[in-house]
Design a protein around this ligand. Structure first.
Ligand SMILES: Nc1ncnc2c1ncn2[C@@H]1O[C@H](COP(=O)(O)OP(=O)(O)OP(=O)(O)O)[C@@H](O)[C@H]1O
Ligand SMILES: NC(=O)c1ccc[n+]([C@@H]2O[C@H](COP(=O)(O)O)[C@@H](O)[C@H]2O)c1
Length: 188
């Protein structure tokens, strides 16, 4: 049996990893879809598809599971999104997601969807982990060690802090408020 699990994985964290471990008890093979593959270099989506492929491929190597990592660009039409996914991926029997839109789209297409409990959600949430990276607070214990290595190799924290500062500058420019000194010397 082959499963499909989609996420943005910005970054791939221990909640995703626990979900994959749980899925590995139910399927022999797993397609991991990297959603919003075309997005990167923003506060919401800092890492490229290639960087996320590295994070996931290295992390799931510890499980006894055949995996296929497939980057999936967003398309501007929910009604045909499942067909888009199917056109890019190996066939699968069951989809895993806790995202209500994803669940609805797969169910409407007649594909079985399984949801899982959220693991330690207070700590294991992408947006919380990205904010901790921006604020120089501890985040390494919330992702697999192989993901720490990839983020360090690509200088991911510096990038995220830079794009976050740029977003803040744009917000100040839009409101006309004066820019705090901490953002004044932002490198281009
Ligand atoms: N701690 C968790 N435990 C179980 N499933 C999770 C956990 N965090 C996310 N998921 C699920 O994994 C899938 C992919 O999630 P996603 O990549 O959006 O992570 P996220 O932590 O929700 O990130 P963000 O805050 O950036 O939206 C979704 O179905 C999501 O509900
Ligand atoms: N129309 C579309 O392109 C469409 C529809 C539903 C989900 N998606 C993508 O699937 C992924 C779902 O992952 P998350 O559960 O992490 O949000 C996201 O990247 C989302 O953009 C895309």
């Amino acid at each position: 049996m082959r499963g499909f699990y989609i996420g943005r994985f910005q970054p791939y964290h221990n909640g995703h990893h626990s979900m994959v471990e749980r899925i590995s008890e139910e399927v022999d093979e797993l397609v991991l879809g990297i959603g919003s593959a075309d997005d990167s270099h923003t506060t919401h989506d800092p890492f490229t598809a290639g960087e996320r492929i590295m994070m996931i491929t290295k992390a799931v190597a510890e499980y006894d599971l055949t995996t296929y990592v497939v980057p999936l660009e967003d398309i501007n039409r929910n009604a045909v999104w499942v067909s888009h996914v199917e056109s890019m991926c190996p066939d699968f029997d069951v989809a895993y997601s806790n995202n209500p839109l994803v669940v609805r789209l797969f169910e409407e297409a007649g594909i079985e969807v399984r949801q899982s409990p959220m693991f330690d959600r207070d700590r294991l949430e992408g947006s919380e982990i990205r904010q901790r990276m921006i604020d120089d607070e501890s985040w390494r214990d919330r992702v697999p060690s192989s993901v720490v290595e990839v983020i360090e190799e690509i200088h991911g924290i510096k990038r995220l802090q830079h794009v976050s500062d740029s977003d803040s500058l744009e917000r100040y420019a839009a409101t006309g408020e004066s820019v705090p000194e901490s953002l004044d010397d932002l490198d281009d």
